[in-house]
Design a protein around this ligand. Structure first.
Ligand SMILES: [Zn+2]
Length: 270
């Protein structure tokens, strides 16, 4: 059983928000498309929501003589100081209206303890207090978790690490996520690859003109990256070709898009 875990797609992290992530609006289409076109992939959809009290210690405004993006020592670990964001019941804390939602979606609130931050949707940064996410997944017999949202280098990253370490087969949906900064985003992805975290996969979603396909990009420290489709349908022959003939993943993807754009509707349809 599989779960789609959508991290923190909230007004404050979207365009115009107090802690807006660059190009964050771009994730709405792939996530919404995934839900509509690949609904059968997911048995459960969970949305996480950063949900801070106004006196939260991750806010620069709650520390004298500190400014946004300073790092402090908070209870023995490094804490980046953020602008005020996702304050409980505020507009900024609401899930963005552009995100497709269903009544059956489950919401997990995190970061509610004013003394500790919670990047992961599973637990606080000190790992002492868990949210109800793990028990909800287990209760629903979920074994595979697809994770996307904001931001790749913080809440998505730590949610991926925790999901994998808790034993869930974990897919990071790269094209349905955006990071706060280029450097930390690259580092987060590099770390996920470098440590060869068990079960952790990087996945790309392509929304082609005909229908979206989901392609996994699997990395290992010991072998060449390769592609394989979750749902391939009429595109199998191109995917096979790229796996066989092209060495670099990015080249394969560019070529795939070019080729798919150059064939006619009739040629593709089975
Ligand atoms: Zn926060």
């Amino acid at each position: 059983m599989s779960c789609l875990l959508i991290i923190d797609v909230q007004n404050d992290f979207m365009q115009g928000g107090s802690l807006q992530v660059s190009d964050s609006m771009d994730i709405l289409k792939p996530i919404n498309t995934l839900r509509k076109q690949h609904n059968n992939l997911f048995d459960l959809i969970v949305l996480s929501q950063d949900w801070h009290p106004f006196n939260h210690m991750s806010f620069a405004s709650n520390h004298a003589n500190k400014k946004v993006f300073d790092t402090i020592n908070l209870n023995g670990s490094n804490q980046i100081l953020w602008p005020n964001h996702c304050v409980q019941e505020s507009f900024g804390s609401e899930i963005h209206k552009g995100l497709h939602r269903e009544k059956s979606d489950i919401i997990i609130k995190k970061g509610t303890n004013p003394t500790i931050d919670s990047y992961s949707a599973f637990m606080d940064n000190d790992k002492k207090h868990k949210t109800e996410l793990e028990s909800i997944l287990k209760k629903n017999n979920i074994t595979t978790v697809y994770i996307c949202g904001l931001a790749t280098d913080y809440c998505v990253y730590y949610s991926c690490l925790d999901a994998a370490s808790l034993g869930f087969k974990t897919y990071f949906l790269q094209d349905a996520s955006k990071g706060v900064s280029k450097d930390t985003t690259a580092k987060a992805i590099e770390n996920m690859i470098k440590y060869n975290i068990k079960h952790l996969k990087l996945t790309l979603i392509f929304c082609f003109w005909l229908e979206p396909i989901l392609i996994n990009r699997e990395y290992s420290t010991t072998s060449t990256p390769f592609l394989y489709p979750i749902e391939n349908k009429p595109f199998q022959k191109w995917i096979d070709l790229f796996n066989k003939e092209t060495k670099h993943v990015e080249d394969k993807l560019d070529k795939a898009i070019d080729d798919l754009n150059s064939v006619t509707d009739r040629e593709i349809r089975p």
